[in-house]
Design a protein around this ligand. Structure first.
Ligand SMILES: O=C(O)[C@H](O)[C@@H](O)[C@H](O)[C@H](O)COP(=O)(O)O
Length: 261
């Protein structure tokens, strides 16, 4: 089932990051109260890291029971462990190193100097097995029911490492794939697929800045997911686009009416 996207537009990217962080804290606290633990899928990119930094700066971060939080990644740049360009390295710097997480609940995607060497496809297969092992058996699913899956949106409408017209965006069976020849560096990556993204309860897409305006307009105006992967990113119970006003500036009027003067 497709959930119709809901839009929230903030004045600027700083406010967007702070409001998204506040929203995420509440969501994690509620999930922990309801189910004992929470699971979040992190994204790479400036907006995802901005959200993590804002979360770290919020006094309300102490409301989270960090030992009962599972963290996964939506994609990874296939580079050696500790490389500053890896999404996990950037997330650690932005937040993860400063909170008391249970290391057994933190699930980074494999690095290119790990057990699978430079074989991104084998690394992707291993991550798929990790996801399947964490899936709730009663759901007969290949991936857990993530509470929130975060995605940055590229200016070309890519999400995770699923690029327009690239083979990965057509994947319908596997939950995780090796990506080769990505248009955004580095060329070799690992990514969740659209079916895995859609196993999340809630998918939140983050877009800030003028260079995202066209992408947001295209993805939200009925484009196909092969041409505009962000259009295929939706959650089982909610799909939320969090934008700043620059990224919302080209949205069709029926989606986001500009404020009256
Ligand atoms: O590994 C990556 O580069 C990302 O996961 C990628 O999908 C990113 O989220 C978008 O390109 C948006 O990035 P920005 O938030 O920096 O614009």
């Amino acid at each position: 089932m497709t959930t119709a996207p809901q839009l929230v537009v903030h004045r600027d990217k700083e406010l967007m990051a702070q409001a998204a962080a506040a929203r995420l804290i509440t969501k994690i606290v509620d999930a922990q109260a309801a189910r004992g633990s929470a699971s979040v899928v992190l994204t790479g990119g400036r907006n995802g890291n901005g959200l993590l930094a804002a979360l770290g700066a919020s006094p309300a971060r102490d409301a989270i029971d960090w030992s009962r939080l599972d963290l996964w990644w939506g994609d990874e740049r296939f580079l050696p462990d500790g490389d500053p360009e890896r999404n996990v390295t950037q997330a650690r710097e932005a937040l993860l190193d400063s909170v008391p997480l249970d290391p057994a609940r933190v699930h980074p995607m494999p690095a290119s100097d790990g057990p699978y060497g430079g074989d991104a496809d084998a690394a992707a297969e291993a991550y798929a097995a990790e996801l399947a092992a964490a899936a709730q058996p009663e759901n007969h699913a290949e991936a857990p029911s993530f509470d929130v899956l975060l995605l940055g949106v590229g200016p070309d409408t890519h999400v995770a490492s699923l690029f327009p017209e690239h083979p990965g965006v057509r994947e319908t069976e596997r939950t995780v794939i090796g990506v080769h020849g990505a248009p955004k560096p580095p060329p070799t990556r690992i990514s969740l697929t659209l079916p895995a993204i859609r196993s999340a309860r809630e998918v939140w897409l983050l877009a800030a800045g003028e260079d995202k305006a066209q992408a947001a307009a295209i993805a939200l105006s009925g484009a196909g997911e092969i041409q505009a992967p962000a259009a295929g990113a939706y959650g089982r119970s909610r799909t939320l686009w969090l934008l700043d006003s620059a990224a919302a500036s080209q949205l069709p009027r029926d989606l986001y009416p500009p404020a009256s003067p």
